[in-house]
Structure formats: structure tokens, C-alpha cells
Design a protein around this ligand. Structure first.
Ligand SMILES: [Zn+2]
Length: 290
């Protein structure tokens, strides 16, 4: 059984890792865990997450009222409370400002393309919750739209939020988001981002069951997704952008066929270009004509 003292020690360790990896600067970020049915253990406001001690933590009720602790709970307590309210399965919440993922959040670019198998099987996609003033009730409102279907999200012009059935699970999702953001950035800087096909995405989704991954919602492909973005309805699935056909098969068929080594995408494969990439290609072609 998890004791309160070991949970306090775990929060200290996760805070230390977040700070060491540059996911937070100064006093940024906050961490909480459930402490029984009606209490939470929460990091205090205005402390550096890299140098916390177990005695610094606050115990609050599910309304955010402090029950125990010398310090006041995190200024983002309202956001944590909303997550626990919406997701009875969640035991821990982690919020940080990892720079590459936060860069995507600032640019308004969600991490929702089918690029990495491990991200598709775990987080599915990582949407962006609309901008809200930190520490106000706007932030829980923005998070509410995505939290039922997602274990991780970007917060526009702010940072990232992850949840889990235990504290380290929530923290590792933060690592996955930042890692995914770095890889996506490098691929886009290199000028090419080959997407995994939608057939493969659906196959990976089936693997969730065999690996015992409990995703909060199924993956839905971009063109059959419900209209979540822009509306007020909560997201009900994890919207992933994946092209039809083509792409490399990463998972062998269940018949035990050998894993293909892959090859170039077929002639019918769909590729996606941004307007900037398309313009660059056209400019190149025109230049070569001269
Ligand atoms: Zn923050």
C-alpha cells in the first residue's frame, strides 16, 4: 500500500527530475497526487520544484481547501481539482513548461500527427487546450474540454499537462510529450515528416489492449472526428492525422508473418505539405525552368 510519506518522497523526486531536465524554470510547474478518496497531496506555491523537501507539501480537500501544511497550495490548484473531478481514474497530475512542447503550444501546433508508434499507443494525440489566464477559473474550463479523452495536452501559450494512474506514470507522459515534440521539430526542420498510415494507426490502437494500455478514449482519424475544436463539446476521442495507404508497416500481422523491413511508400500514398513547403517546391521548380 502506498503510504503518505512515500508519496511525498515521490513528488520530491519527480520535481527534481522535471527541474533537472529543464521542464521547469524558477518556481514553475506543479504536481499533485490523490491521498485517499477525499484528499490530495499538492506542491506548494512559490517553490522551485528542483529543491523541494517532503515536509513542504500541502494536504487539501477536493475543493482545494488546505487541511495541512505550512505553505499555501499551488496557484494552479483549480486546474488539478478539475482533472480529479472529471477523471475518477486519475491518481496524479503533473504540470510543467517543457520548452519544445511549450514552443508547439505557443505556435498553436498540436502534436496530433501519426508519427511515432509509442506515442500513438500511449497518448494517442496531444491537443492544445485554448489559452486561459494561469491560476484563474479559465484554465480548468479550457482543460475540461480535453481531459476526458486525453492523458496529456498542451496548454496554449503556457505549457503541458499530463495525468496518470500513478505519479510516475503521469511524469513519464510529460517526458514522452517533450521527447515527441523534439523529434517532431527535428523532422520538420529537416523538411520531411513521413506519417504512419491510418491502417497502421488502427492496428497500433488494437495493440493497446494486448499491452494493457488503458487509454481514456479511442483514436479517431482526422476526417471522421467529431467537431471538438472550436466548439464547446468535450472531445470524445483522440484525433490523429494519418494518411490513407502507403507508409511503412511497423507491426506484423497477428499470423506471425515476419516483420517487413519496409520500403518506399507506394505511388498512391498521400503526402501532406504545408503551404510554405508547397510554395518552396513550386519556387524551386520555377527556378529550375529558367
Ligand atoms: Zn504553468
Amino acid at each position: 500500500m502506498t503510504t503518505e510519506s512515500s508519496l511525498r518522497a515521490d513528488i520530491v523526486e519527480v520535481g527534481r527530475r522535471m527541474y533537472a531536465r529543464g521542464y521547469t524554470a524558477s518556481n514553475d510547474g506543479n504536481i499533485s497526487v490523490r491521498l485517499g478518496a477525499d484528499r490530495l497531496l499538492m506542491t506548494p506555491k512559490s517553490v522551485c520544484k528542483g529543491f523541494m523537501t517532503p515536509d513542504m507539501m500541502c494536504v487539501t480537500d477536493l475543493e482545494g481547501r488546505k487541511l495541512q501544511g505550512d505553505r499555501d497550495p499551488s496557484s494552479e490548484t483549480l486546474m488539478h481539482l478539475e482533472v480529479y473531478r472529471q477523471r475518477p481514474d486519475v491518481q496524479a497530475v503533473v504540470h510543467a513548461h517543457p520548452p519544445t512542447a511549450t514552443g508547439f503550444a505557443v505556435a498553436g501546433i498540436p502534436l496530433d500527427r501519426a508519427v511515432l508508434a509509442e506515442v500513438l499507443t500511449t497518448l494517442g494525440s496531444i491537443p492544445i487546450a485554448e489559452y486561459a489566464t494561469p491560476s484563474t477559473a479559465e484554465l480548468p474550463d479550457a482543460v475540461r474540454r480535453y481531459i476526458k479523452a486525453h492523458d496529456g495536452m498542451l496548454l496554449a501559450n503556457h505549457g503541458a499537462l499530463t495525468v496518470g494512474t500513478d505519479l510516475f506514470g503521469a511524469y513519464y507522459k510529460m517526458e514522452t510529450i517533450e521527447h515527441f515534440a523534439k523529434i517532431s521539430l527535428v523532422a520538420r526542420l529537416l523538411g520531411r515528416e513521413n506519417l504512419i498510415s491510418r491502417e497502421e494507426v488502427l492496428r497500433l490502437q488494437e495493440l493497446r489492449g494486448s499491452y494493457g494500455i488503458k487509454a481514456p478514449a479511442p483514436i479517431c482519424l482526422d476526417d471522421n472526428a467529431p467537431p471538438a475544436a472550436g466548439g464547446d463539446d468535450p472531445a470524445s476521442c483522440q484525433v490523429v492525422q494519418a494518411p490513407i495507404g502507403g507508409g511503412l508497416r511497423l507491426v506484423p500481422e497477428a499470423t506471425g508473418a515476419p516483420r517487413p523491413t519496409g520500403g518506399p511508400a507506394g505511388d498512391e500514398a498521400e503526402i501532406r505539405l504545408t503551404y510554405r513547403e508547397l510554395s518552396a517546391l513550386i519556387e524551386d521548380a520555377v527556378r529550375n525552368l529558367r
